[in-house]
Design a binder for this molecule. Structure first.
Ligand SMILES: C[C@H](CCC[C@@H](C)[C@H]1CC[C@H]2[C@@H]3[C@H](O)C[C@@H]4C[C@H](O)CC[C@]4(C)[C@H]3C[C@H](O)[C@]12C)C(=O)SCCNC(=O)CCNC(=O)[C@H](O)C(C)(C)COP(=O)(O)OP(=O)(O)OC[C@H]1O[C@@H](n2cnc3c(N)ncnc32)[C@H](O)[C@@H]1OP(=O)(O)O
Length: 382
């Protein structure tokens, strides 16, 4: 796998850093999640392929242990509020001094400086400060955050994984590590570059929800079918729009022009009525094999059995039967091989990992006995 041999220490976080760690693990890195001790349960739902050690960082021995793990690794990924790692004596200055090849990734909402750097926040706040939230939502409604996908995952976890991989690539030339300052505000804004940079061609001249791609255009929207399901329509280009009209059995001569903004409400009304006249299965059959850019809106339960997804194996099942998307993109020679085992319990690999990082049995026993680390492996052998 592409990242085989890369050792990552991920400090347990809420959602974006766990996703970043999972991407690295999917593509072959050895990812060790550092959990707190005395955790009732594991709240990391993005734990595929990781191992867990539980360390109490409120002890000097815990801090020095984590330092030992970090300086023997390639990447440390930390999801805390600015200053937390420094307070623990585990800031980049300290760790890079001991391991100059270390990639020190800091995944925060607001980045490492600026007036908001110390503020708590979540996806919706980062999206708001990026400017993107003001553009998301339907015309007569308030701004709407599309789950926590944009800042937490696209602008956060995924961007941070890119930063780490770029830093690893650069290290092959310079031999040096570096700090990756991944701010979810900036990551989300960067993901939104198209919106920024297509202003000049008039893509966003109208208020929110009244532009071509923000649910303003009738040919780029969803429509309810007679059985209460939905079809997605993305017939932008004129040749594809013609196919849409053909499938809907509408005559273009009797309709307003596709790009006549003032007529969009009228066109939407016609499309709405037409889609409401048949079931999802009927519309799917009508548009299948055409270039109309019309597809059924599938539920999570339906995606893996869709013939396209099925043929490509786009969804995988782990040993417990849980289904999830397979890692993307697909690399031809060195594809990801996602782990299908159950997610690690907190502290499941404490002993195994500490042995791997060179601690002796007596040292591990001492750490366990003093509660600096916890092990929840079913079969712990020292
Ligand atoms: C919208 C998303 C968030 C969605 C997440 C949800 C899925 C989950 C959120 C709440 C969860 C539920 C809840 O926990 C209650 C239940 C618990 C149960 O166990 C499970 C079920 C629950 C219902 C549970 C279910 C789900 O998991 C939830 C619903 C987001 O937007 S996520 C993005 C958030 N933002 C960031 O990540 C940006 C960077 N981080 C930050 O800004 C801050 O970390 C943050 C997120 C604001 C939190 O601030 P906080 O004050 O809590 O922490 P920090 O200032 O960062 O300091 C960390 C302190 O912890 C110490 N520490 C760290 N590791 C250890 C250790 N191993 N041992 C000891 N101590 C440790 C560290 O030293 C810091 O201590 P100090 O404060 O003393 O410096």
């Amino acid at each position: 796998m592409a990242l085989a041999g890369v050792r990552v220490i991920e400090l347990a976080g809420l959602a974006p850093a766990p996703f970043c760690g999972m991407i690295l693990a999917d593509f072959g890195a050895s990812v060790i999640r550092v959990d707190r001790t005395k955790m009732a349960m594991n709240i990391d739902t993005q734990a595929r392929g990781k191992r867990s050690v539980a360390i109490n960082l409120k002890t000097a021995a815990g801090v020095s242990l984590l330092k030992k793990l970090c300086v023997q690794s390639d990447v440390v990924l930390e999801p805390y509020r600015k200053g937390v790692m420094e307070k623990l004596g585990l800031g980049p200055q300290e760790l890079l001094k001991e391991n100059p090849r270390l990639i020190y990734a800091r995944l925060t909402g607001y980045g490492q400086n600026g007036p908001l750097a110390l503020a708590a926040g979540h996806d919706i706040n980062y999206l708001a400060i990026s400017g993107l939230l003001s553009r998301l939502g339907r015309s007569t409604e308030k701004p709407y955050a599309p789950l926590n996908l944009v800042a937490d995952f696209a602008g956060g976890g995924l961007s941070c994984a890119l930063g780490i991989v770029l830093a690893l690539l650069e290290r092959t030339k310079s031999g040096k590590g570096q700090i990756v300052d991944a701010s979810m505000v900036e990551g989300a804004a960067y993901v939104g570059s198209f919106v920024w940079k297509s202003h000049r061609i008039g893509m966003w001249n109208n208020p929110r929800g009244q532009n071509m791609l923000d649910s303003g255009a009738p040919f780029y929207d969803t429509y309810q079918t007679s059985d209460g399901k939905y079809m997605a329509v993305g017939a932008i280009e004129s040749q594809f729009y013609k196919e849409l009209l053909k499938g809907l059995e509408l005559d273009s001569a009797e309709l307003p022009e596709q790009m006549s903004f003032n007529d969009w409400p009228k066109l939407r009304h016609i499309f709405t009525e037409r889609f409401a006249s048949k079931t999802l299965a009927e519309w799917t059959r009508i548009f299948e094999g055409t270039d109309a850019c019309v597809t059924p809106v599938l539920s999570f339960e339906e995606v893996s059995s869709h013939p396209h997804n099925q043929q490509r194996g786009s969804f995988i099942k782990d040993q417990s039967g849980e289904e999830s998307p397979r890692p993307a993109p697909v690399l031809d020679r060195t594809p990801a091989e996602p782990c299908l085992k159950a997610d690690p319990m907190v502290g499941e690999h404490t002993v195994e990992v500490l042995e791997e990082y060179g601690l002796k049995a007596e040292q591990i026993e001492q750490l366990l006995a003093t509660g600096v680390v916890e092990s929840h492996a079913t079969k712990t052998k020292l």
